[in-house]
Design a protein. Structure first.
Length: 523
């Protein structure tokens, strides 16, 4: 399936060629496109920190009433009665003021700012652009069986307790599933889905790493809500029993969301690489040997969302593949030069409204080089409208770590995709979840893309997924039958989100949806 940018390009090419033909037969000369002053200013100011966003990416109303006013704040343009700090906690406002995110004085004249506003509003479409990219329905509807799973206090039937799953991780060595939530709880389930252990921790858990014969390492985010406060932790999970610091506690992380373990400097010790998302500020950092006193910063950038340790250029040195978000939407490659030194470059980059949410490495064309599977659908921003360029993408590696899009399909609000040969036919299928979509519409909560070969896929949705907002997903052979099952974790940020689901007639809200794969059993 072609990407939207390809569709736009083809449409533009057809129109351009048609115009050129008419001009040639009529003897008319075609003037060059001369950008207006508003367009030049927009590219200067709106493309100075991130990739320039085209007016076509959003509708007129969203630009005028939401995105441009926020951009104005960042340029010191404020309208009477409007203050960027109004909705912040006092301590948070102080931190943001110190960063000068919203300067007190204007960075350009009001006349020039109005030219930028006029450029976007004049060129934006009246309604969000919708591109249809349908796929054939999968004939594999009997492969999966979905079962909801509930844990802990569910609240009254009238007011269900908010499900807030923030972490899903399967320990294959112990056959146990770890579930974390925003209520600062961790449940451990055995192979029969019975609670095997339970902890309360200092703040919401978001990631966990397992090492044989050692305590699991837990990462907590500090604050789910956007914040500049540095309250994230990494610590051995067994210390959570006493809920007190240990000698290996790593503190003051800037809203970290994920971490990876590996010996990246070749000294024989396992290092920690941490994606510190932050809010207005963040960073990619690593700890030599996991030592809290040996923190090294690889990149200062807000929105560092995920890091994978992998040798990408086959020189036997572990490189880092990193996702950036928070307006800096990109996939970055940090090439290992030895001794803990890296050379970084951007291999994929997108406008801020693309909302990158997850990636993983997989070899789709079986050439021995890592390709990129990516979702973009983060709509927790200033433009919470459906975007047909949100979805799941595959970028193929040309064997030199240059990546070209080979597949795209719209999945509104896409939050994560995972590749696996679910049907056992020798190629990689894809499981995709949605978190950021509007629940008033028919939400594609879970989508299974069956690989038909040649970068063609069919599509299957599971109706039981309509009961959740799926922020997390994990693959595991839960029933030990040789194929991968799928576990989804639901997260409702507030009662208003759940109320929308109640309005659709949904009254039961599982924390998890266990999707059993019947491939092996059916053979």
């Amino acid at each position: 399936m072609r990407s939207i940018k390809h569709i736009f390009f083809n449409i533009f090419t057809i129109v351009l060629l048609a115009g050129l033909f008419v001009a040639l037969v009529s003897g008319i000369s075609i003037p060059k496109h001369e950008p207006t002053k508003g367009e030049k200013l927009a590219k200067q100011y709106c493309g100075s920190c991130h990739l320039f966003p085209s007016p076509f990416l959003l509708d007129k109303k969203t630009w005028k009433e939401s995105v441009l006013p926020n951009m104005g704040w960042r340029l010191g343009i404020r309208k009477g009665g409007k203050d960027p700090f109004d909705q912040m906690k006092p301590e948070e406002a102080v931190l943001v003021q110190q960063l000068n995110i919203y300067p007190d004085s204007a960075q350009l004249s009001k006349e020039d700012w109005q030219l930028i506003v006029d450029y976007y509003v004049r060129n934006a479409p009246e309604q969000p652009l919708m591109i249809e990219n349908t796929l054939p329905d999968s004939k594999d509807s009997l492969r999966f069986q979905a079962n909801p799973l509930y844990m802990g206090d569910q609240g009254s039937s009238a007011v269900p307790k908010l499900t807030k799953t923030t972490m899903l991780k399967y320990d294959s060595l112990e056959s146990k599933l770890y579930i974390g939530n925003a209520h600062n709880e961790i449940y451990v389930l055995d192979s029969l889905f019975q609670v095997d252990n339970y902890w309360e921790v200092v703040n919401p858990p978001v990631d966990i790493n397992f090492t044989p014969h050692l305590p699991a390492s837990l990462l907590t985010i500090g604050s789910i809500a956007p914040s500049e406060e540095k309250k994230g932790f990494i610590f051995p999970l067994d210390s959570a029993v006493l809920n007190k610091p240990t000698t290996s506690l790593i503190t003051a992380l800037a809203r970290p969301v994920q971490f990876a373990k590996g010996d990246i400097n070749g000294d024989g010790k396992e290092d920690l690489v941490v994606a510190e998302f932050g809010n207005h500020t963040g960073k990619l950092s690593w700890f030599d040997g996991g030592d809290p006193k040996k923190k090294k910063i690889l990149k200062y950038q807000a929105g560092i969302r995920k890091v994978v340790i992998q040798d990408m250029n086959q020189d036997n040195l572990p490189d880092l593949v990193v996702m950036g978000a928070q307006a800096y939407e990109s996939i970055m490659l940090f090439i290992n030069k030895g001794d803990g030194n890296f050379e970084d470059k951007i291999v994929l980059q997108f406008p801020p409204v693309y909302g990158l949410s997850h990636f993983e490495l997989a070899d789709f064309n079986k050439d021995g080089y890592w390709d990129i599977l990516m979702t973009n659908g983060d709509n927790w921003d200033l433009s919470a409208i459906r975007k047909s360029y949100h979805g799941v993408r595959i970028f193929l590696n040309d064997r030199k770590n240059n990546f070209k899009e080979a597949f795209f399909n719209t999945v509104f609000g896409a939050s994560k995709a995972m590749a696996n040969d679910f049907d056992g036919d020798g190629d990689l299928d894809i499981a995709v979840i949605s978190f950021y979509d509007d629940p008033f519409d028919t939400m594609e909560g879970f989508v299974y893309f069956e690989n038909l070969g040649g970068m063609k896929f069919s599509k299957l949705m599971i109706k039981e997924a309509a009961a959740g907002k799926w922020l997390t997903m994990e693959l595991a052979d839960l029933d030990h039958d040789g194929d991968k099952d799928i576990i989804l974790g639901s997260y409702f940020h507030n009662v208003a989100e759940m109320t929308k689901f109640l309005g659709r007639g949904i009254v039961s809200f599982p924390q998890l949806l266990v999707i059993s794969n019947n491939t092996i059993k059916s053979k």
